[in-house]
Structure formats: structure tokens, C-alpha cells
Ligand binder design. Sequence first.
Ligand code: 5GP
Ligand code: MN
Length: 365
Amino acid sequence: MGAKVSKEQGKEKPESRIIDYFCPFAMNDIDGLRSLLTSPKKVVIVTHFKPDADALGSSLGLAGFLIKKGHSVDVISPSDYPDFLAWMPRKEIVTALSKTSKEPELKTAQLVAHADIIFCLDFSSLKRINEVGDMVKQSSAIKILVDHHLEPEKFAQFEKWDVSSASTAGLIFELIKDIDSAESIDSDMASCLYAGLMTDTGGFRHNNTTQREFLIASELVRLGANPSEIAKKIYDMNSLERLRLTGYVLSEKLTVLPEYNTAYITLTGDELNKFGAQTGDTEGLVNYGLSIKGVKMAVLMYDRKEEIKLSFRSLADFDVNALARKHFEGGGHKNASGGQSRLTLEETLQKFLSILPEYKSLLNQ
Ligand code: 5GP
Ligand code: MN
């Protein structure tokens, strides 16, 4: 199936192939997807930039299932991932794009271009996979989105999209059950999926934790996931530097604005370097802000070199997805979202402070 070419002002211009695909089944036809997977396929699983446990865990859980079914499977991470995920079984099939080498990007381009099926897990917008987004758009593979973020972009021919699910890992569990059977989940796959479910519910504490999450968790434990071991591997693998960074943030950098029931933390590149911060070391810091009595919104902003990264958390009806979308090119969930800014850290903070009056009444409800 070749790319369509249109003539524009005498020049040949490749058209986006987003609608130029051959898909043997109708949108969201699970029987069609099941029969597609009855013969060996080249499958690529892509997850989002700076993957968390849900992103990587759902990808490796699904990969395990597809490998067992005889498919050839590669997982693409658009960036490196935190050390506390390095225990995940089958991580050797992950190609992680890197700032220091072009090789993974070239390999990714090849894999995506030759894939029969591309699964997109735990992100709803192709912007979240950076340069891999264009490769996916151009590819004539069948695209399958499995995600739980708000307002997904339309680019897939099969969507298992459910914002009421706390995790993508839970959706993968359900998809495997729908296609085949929970019994095809081995203990390695169960561990990866459990890790995603545990972290996206904040250890079964956030308001996205429902009976459905406990039922899936229970099944995953039955299938071999060990809750205390996985919790230890994810939450108790701090480096001393990371704990010192946390201490510094709590004593020096956490600021509360009582008139807006808001807490914020900023971290410069120098501060992160001083504590030898690695990918993943800032994860969870924003939650300290939200743990303060009366605080309804917490924000972490830090210098990620390419841009300023923002993490938003909120309580109850205060919608940080809307705020991140409107002001910081981001999104996510109502109570947990992210975004970015191309301004300096100080300018980003000033921008954030300047928009607070717009939200004052909502933050004081
Ligand atoms: P975190 O603050 O932990 O990076 O992300 C919180 C939630 O928002 C996660 O579900 C994450 O996938 C999503 N998220 C983080 N950054 C972005 C972003 O830049 N754009 C969008 N659309 N979602 C984001
Ligand atoms: Mn997730």
C-alpha cells in the first residue's frame, strides 16, 4: 500500500496517510481485531514520552500477550524511563529514543514504517510521543489506541478509550480478556499490569479507585503479581540524592498561596543538577503540595532543558485538565494533568500566577 501523492502547485506532496489505510474490520469491532491477531503480525507498541509505570507496564503486559500469540513485538518509548521501572520483565524489547544517539530513532522509523499494527498506549494525542508522532501518522499500519486520558485525538481504527478506567494497564487486562482469556496472562505480564494500576491509582488511594480497579487487581494477584514486592520495587528504590531533593523541596521550595488554596514548587536546572536528579526523581513531588490541608490545586514546574514541564494535581471538581489544556499545551485527567511551557522557569511561574485570578472562585468553593 503506497502513500498517496497529490499534486499541489506543480510539486508532488505526500498526503497524510492518516485516513489511507486498509482495515479489515469496522471501528471498534472486537471480533475483527481478534481475527486480525490470529495470524502472526509485526506489532509495534508505542507509549508516551517519559513513560511512567502505567505507560511502560501496560506496554510490556500487552507485549507479553502478543509474543505468546506468535507475533513479533517491539515497544517504543519516545524517551528514557525511570530506573525504578527497570525491573519490568521483557524490558529488553523496549527501544528508547535518546538525546545522545540517533540510532534508536532510526530503528524506530524502520519498525513503525514496516509494522502491520501499531498499538498506542496511555496517551491520547500524538504530540505526546514527539517525533514518533509523525512516523505513526505516516505509517499505513492499523492503529489501535488504548487509553484513559480526556479528549483523544482521532487517529486510530480501533479505540479502547475509557476515561472511567484508572489506568491503561486495567484496560489492557480487559482487552486481553475480551480477545482471549485472563488465563493467558502470566506472572510477568500480571506484574507489569499491576504496577500500572497501582501507580495510576496512587496506591489505590486516588478518587479513580473503584471496585473495578480492585477486581482487576485481585485477578492480577491471582495470576501471579506480588503486591508488596511490586510496591517495594517502585516506591522504595530511592537514591539518597532523590530523598535529599525531596527534603530540599519540602523545606525550601514548597509555597502555599492561601487566597487560592494553591501550592506550587519550582525547580531550576541548577537545583536538579545539584541533587543529581535522574528521570523520574521529580515524580510524586507535586503530591506533597496537595497533601496540605485546604489545598485544592498543586503544581510542580521544573526545567527539563527542552522546555519547562508542569505537573498539576487537584481535588474534587477543580479541573486541571482544562487549565493545562488552555494555558500550558497540556492535558490529562480532571485531577492529574501535565503541560509544558517554552518560557523561562520564572516567566512560567509568572504566567501561572497571572492566571490564578481566573480560577479564584472555583478554588475557593
Ligand atoms: P504527570 O504530571 O505525572 O507527568 O502527568 C499527569 C497526567 O497528565 C498523566 O496522566 C499524564 O499522562 C498526563 N500528562 C502529562 N503531561 C502531559 C502533556 O504535556 N500533555 C497531555 N495531554 N497530558 C499530559
Ligand atoms: Mn495512565
